[in-house]
Design a protein around this ligand. Structure first.
Ligand code: SAH
Ligand code: SF4
Ligand code: F3S
Length: 474
């Protein structure tokens, strides 16, 4: 039998993308081939997210498309994996086009599940029954940590490394603890061993992943390791040049140690993703976030005092249950004070099973949520614009990711023509990279720079993007 071909698509966060890449590596090892075209695939896997209703709607619409394809190709196998698979289980399996439903904890078994479903020609369900009592997961999947070529989000010389799974925080709006289960940290030697192997394969930047990565904790040999310890150990690894970590929860625990590690270790990138979610203490309390707006701002001050030049990113939810205009204005005021590099802003989406959904009424209309979203984005855009302009005329060091996916538009107002050549008629492709502080940099250069460090002189800026000319390659 010729090799079966697989198409995998990711719909979620970095953790989800890491799972997708690891599934790709596992399937490759098992002899599967890959295709970018759904129409040519024998097996289509969709790695899903449940964090907002919209994320689930996108998956349903994709499934509708697959159902249509399956009418002419009934042997095509469709697997739904990840958080939505865990949340909806049998309900998804009941759909005509779905053959496999596999939760995040069962992803290590994916090769066997596909083989079994192909052989037995019957549907397969693999999810965790009592997710909050789940035993520490089988770490087998992390063995496929090498630089794989699954078709999703693979960036040369960069890798994600999971340091912990799950979340115990139970913010009242959030589905993650219910789909990813309890927090389990990986042993430090497993994390460090993996980073060493990745470095041996040419990886230069690792991003340590956890839903609350700063709550990483592992007891071994009479010592409790925290995230700062991992940063010190990872910094010693030859070949690794930049180390990032996401996402942090705004808490004092371990915070000073982590900031000190950032300040002391040149390899640790001066970038912190520290979601605030709201600027209103009343809303923060209703969200079960355990801090006040002023406490949060103190944490930012401390970060800026300890790590000069640090760039901070935030997340906000607008229109949470009970959010009045006054509460929202407190969020606006927090964003003004925080001076984030960028912010991710989401409209509150009640998730079935969460405390907020069970106990609080979704009081804010969609129109008001949209308006608050736009207003907050505009505040942040002004700040990002001011911060980005500081780069004009400066040279920045970046790690090149590869070809720019979206053609970045020439004019700030957004002309239709992609910026494919520079003024001097440079026909080299448009590349994208990031600075240590996570600014996106777009420039023209040879595609061979992907995975390399380079220096770019910034000539033009937009709120979230710096544009420049290649000064030199490191
Ligand atoms: N573990 C990370 C990210 C969790 S999900 C953290 O704690 O920061 C990413 C972001 O999605 C959250 O920061 C939050 O801003 C948003 N989010 C989570 N649940 C949501 C919901 N029900 N509606 C709207 N946004 C939500
Ligand atoms: Fe969700 Fe809160 Fe956990 Fe983040 S910390 S994953 S927002 S429950
Ligand atoms: Fe990530 Fe979405 Fe799951 S944010 S952890 S893929 S619910």
């Amino acid at each position: 039998m010729s090799a079966q071909t697989v198409h995998i698509k990711s719909f979620g966060c970095q953790m989800n993308k890491l799972d997708t890449a690891l599934v790709g590596a596992a399937l490759k090892e098992a002899g599967f081939g890959f295709t970018d075209s759904v129409k040519e695939a024998d097996v289509v896997l969709i790695n899903t997210c449940s964090v907002r209703e919209h994320a689930e709607e996108r998956v349903f619409s994709h499934l509708g498309h697959l159902k249509h394809i399956k009418e002419s190709r009934p042997d095509m196998l469709v697997g739904v994996i990840g958080c939505m698979a865990q949340r909806l289980g049998g309900e998804l399996l009941a759909r005509d086009e779905v053959d496999i439903v596999c939760g995040p904890a069962q992803i290590p078994q994916i090769t066997g599940l596909i083989t079994k479903t192909l052989q037995e020609k019957k549907k397969t369900l693999a999810v965790t029954e009592k997710i909050r009592q789940a035993a520490p997961e089988n770490p087998a999947l992390e063995e496929f940590e090498s630089v794989y070529d699954s078709n999703d989000a693979q960036v040369p010389a960069q890798a994600y490394v999971r340091v912990m799974r799950g979340c115990d925080k139970f913010c009242t709006y959030c589905v993650v603890p219910y789909v990813r289960g309890p927090e389990v940290s990986r042993p430090p030697e497993a994390v460090i061993g993996q980073i060493k192997r990745l470095a041996g394969e040419g990886v230069k930047q690792v991003t340590l992943l956890g839903q609350r990565v700063n709550s990483y904790k592992y007891n071994t040999c009479g010592k409790t390791y925290c995230l700062a310890d991992l940063l010190y150990m990872a910094s010693e690894i030859e070949g690794i040049e930049w180390i990032r970590f996401v996402t942090s929860y705004p808490a004092e625990e371990c915070y000073d140690e982590i900031l000190r590690a950032m300040a002391e270790l040149p390899k640790v990138c001066n970038h912190l993703h520290l979601p605030a979610q709201s600027g209103s203490d009343k809303i923060l309390k209703a969200m079960n976030r355990n801090y006040t707006a002023s406490k949060y701002l103190e944490l930012l001050d401390k970060a800026r005092d300890t790590v000069p030049g640090i760039a901070i990113a935030g997340d906000f939810i607008v229109g949470f249950a009970g959010e009045t205009e006054k509460d929202f204005q407190k969020t606006v005021s927090l964003v003004e004070k925080a001076r984030y590099k960028n912010c991710f802003i989401f409209k509150y989406s009640p998730r079935p099973g969460t405390t907020a959904d069970k106990r609080l009424q979704d009081t804010v209309s969609i129109e008001v949520k949209k308006r608050r979203n736009t207003e907050l984005l505009a505040v942040q855009e002004r700040i990002s614009d001011e911060l980005s302009k500081r780069f004009l005329g400066k040279e920045v060091k970046i790690l090149v990711e590869g070809l720019s996916k979206k053609p970045h538009l020439n004019s700030a107002k957004g002309g239709k023509k992609p910026d494919l050549c520079s003024k001097n008629g440079d026909l080299r492709p448009q590349l994208v990279g990031r600075t240590e502080t996570d600014w996106i940099v777009v420039f023209n250069g040879p595609e061979s720079l992907a995975g390399e460090f380079a220096e770019v002189k910034i000539t033009r800026t937009r709120p979230l993007t710096l544009f420049g000319e290649l000064a030199r390659k490191d």
